[in-house]
Design a protein around this ligand. Structure first.
Ligand code: SAM
Length: 292
């Protein structure tokens, strides 16, 4: 089987099956062998690894993964692609294709079934319309995942890797930074795909920490603070947080907490690090407990 990762083979396979890329599933097939090699090597896939691929498409990245990994489990939502994958991956005995919506599957069960509960690596050219829900599901599932190496929209990649003070820093940077070390791998132009996406792309690698980056007494409360802070990015934290009844805090309480932390009482969320959000969350919860 010749590799699919070029434009001639990709067009040939699509026309053989009378198919075209479906926009509603975010289908942009990779046709650049350098990028495919780059993704697999950035993920550090070796024969000891079981890889979970999300959205194998016609199997372009899957072929590269199957050659490098011990086993590949690929979850594809589009039923129409299942016979295509059976054809394009017929030579690879270490690949299992599951026809499901990745947002509905039990990730821990997949890891148990296909890798005896040992940590897996996630590698994918993600469907861009659901990048954040997929990443959050992978982290929040609590399934043993060693790393996530994924192609995403360039702007989303920037949001994942940026720190405080940058315009792209926000709730995604903090959510990712809570669970993993985020590193940019490479930028990828639209010409590396069929059809070409209307945006630039980039590969990022998220290496999961053995425990979250910060200790906080109530993760949910901290993430509600973070979400509120960045929903109203231009407002001071004291205004934004006191406007959200779920947080049960007054403007004075927030200002006081920030000052106790040695920060400006009029600070905005975009200036706080993850450690500072964790501390703010704990202080506000303690002061709430004292009031109530
Ligand atoms: N891996 C292929 C490649 O690199 O050429 C295709 C990548 S394409 C950007 C995204 C793939 O994800 C498509 O095959 C699409 O059908 C699939 N997909 C979209 N939504 C999905 C979902 N909720 N669950 C599983 N797969 C999904």
């Amino acid at each position: 089987m010749a590799y699919l990762g070029n434009s001639a083979r990709t067009r040939e396979v699509l026309s053989k099956y009378g198919m075209s890329a479906k926009k509603k599933f975010g289908q942009n097939f990779l046709i650049d062998s350098n990028v495919l090699d780059g993704i697999v090597s950035a993920a550090g896939v070796s024969a000891d690894d079981c890889v979970l691929e999300i959205g194998p498409g016609i199997g372009s990245l899957t072929q590269y993964l199957a050659e490098a990994a011990g086993a590949v489990v690929a979850v594809e939502i589009d039923r129409g692609l299942i016979p295509v994958l059976a054809d394009t991956l017929s030579e690879y005995k270490n690949v299992t294709v599951i026809n499901e919506d990745v947002l509905k599957v039990d990730i821990a069960e997949i890891v148990n079934k296909y890798n005896h509960g040992k940590p897996i690596k996630v590698v994918a050219n993600l469907p861009y319309y659901i990048t954040t829900p997929i990443i959050m599901k992978l982290f929040e599932s609590g399934a043993p995942i060693e790393s996530i190496t994924v192609m995403v929209q360039k702007e989303v990649a920037d949001r994942m890797v940026m720190g405080p003070g940058n315009k792209d820093y926000g709730s995604l940077s903090l959510a990712v930074g809570f669970y993993a070390k985020a590193e940019p791998v490479m930028d990828v132009p639209p010409s590396s795909f069929i059809p070409q996406p209307g945006v630039g792309s980039a590969v990022v690698r998220l290496t999961r920490y053995s425990k979250p980056a910060v200790e906080v007494s109530d993760e949910k409360y901290m993430f509600e603070i973070i979400r509120t802070a960045f929903n109203q990015r231009r407002k001071t934290l004291s205004n934004a947080l006191s406007n959200n009844p779920a947080l049960k805090v007054s403007r004075d309480q927030v200002q006081g907490a920030l000052e106790d932390m040695g920060l400006n009482g009029m600070a905005r969320g975009e200036t706080l690090s993850l450690e500072q959000f964790a501390l703010l969350s704990d202080i506000l919860q303690r002061s709430n407990a004292m009031i109530n």
